[in-house]
Design a protein around this ligand. Structure first.
Ligand SMILES: C[S@@+](CC[C@H](N)C(=O)[O-])C[C@H]1O[C@@H](n2cnc3c(N)ncnc32)[C@H](O)[C@@H]1O
Length: 211
């Protein structure tokens, strides 16, 4: 998988561009995703996987809440994770809570030491072509605990949409809800369309449950 993007230099991180890179609205979309998952039953004792965790917009809320070692973050851009750890979460909190990270652009979930009971992909499928959404769903299904609940946001189209040819961090992809369900069913997930969950840019929510 590849993306053309400007490097996130130290100067850009210092200017807060690690927040902009993941879409901005830091103080809105961070708490929103955390509170939503808690409303869906996430508890400190659960193992939680944040897929495409970026610069920890959600992670700064999930990591302190979860028991030590229960936060797993997967991301393709290592410097975003570093910026999140150093400038957002803080090194002391990281040492205390021991979040685990895997840097991968191919959804290499097998490298985590634990299997998730809850997972979230917030603003990820909105940037991926179908093949990459399916790769994520397939690889996650292999390591998800039975009963695992995977929440994924997407931009909803009424019918099949004309999307960009390649996945891209800063381009939007649209899918019909029926297609999002079908992608999950193909890999043994039980999909449910949740729809509106209060996202300020109108992203919809899917839930995939591992039987
Ligand atoms: C819009 S940001 C959202 C980040 C985070 N979920 C949040 O809410 O702040 C999308 C993230 O997806 C990451 N990403 C895109 N494709 C990916 C892939 N194939 N594997 C892992 N991360 C990916 C990007 O690097 C970026 O950090």
């Amino acid at each position: 998988m590849s993306d053309s993007k400007p490097p996130l230099t130290h100067g850009k991180v210092a200017e807060g561009q690690h927040r902009e890179y993941v879409g901005g609205k830091w103080d809105e979309i961070g708490p929103l995703q955390f509170q939503y998952l808690v409303s869906q039953g996430l508890r400190p004792e659960h193992v939680f996987l944040d897929i495409a965790c970026g610069s920890l917009r959600g992670g700064v809320h999930f990591i302190p809440y979860l028991n030590t070692g229960n936060y797993l973050g997967l991301e393709k851009e290592e410097e975003l994770v570093q910026a999140g750890l150093v400038y957002e979460l803080g090194e002391q909190r990281a040492l205390e809570k021991k979040p685990e990270f895997v840097i991968s652009d191919a959804f290499a979930f097998r490298h985590f030491s634990k299997r998730p009971e809850y997972a979230l992909a917030q603003s990820l499928f909105t940037h991926l072509k179908q093949e990459h959404i399916e790769l994520c769903l397939r690889n996650l299904r292999h390591i998800a605990k039975p009963g695992c609940r995977f929440y994924a946001t997407f931009f909803e189209a009424d019918t099949v949409a004309a999307n960009p040819e390649e996945s891209h961090d800063h381009m939007s992809f649209y899918y019909a809800a029926a297609d999002m369900s079908a992608f999950g069913s193909k890999y043994g997930w039980q999909p449910t369309y949740i729809g509106d969950w209060g996202h300020p840019r109108g992203q919809r929510m899917m839930l995939y449950v591992a039987p």
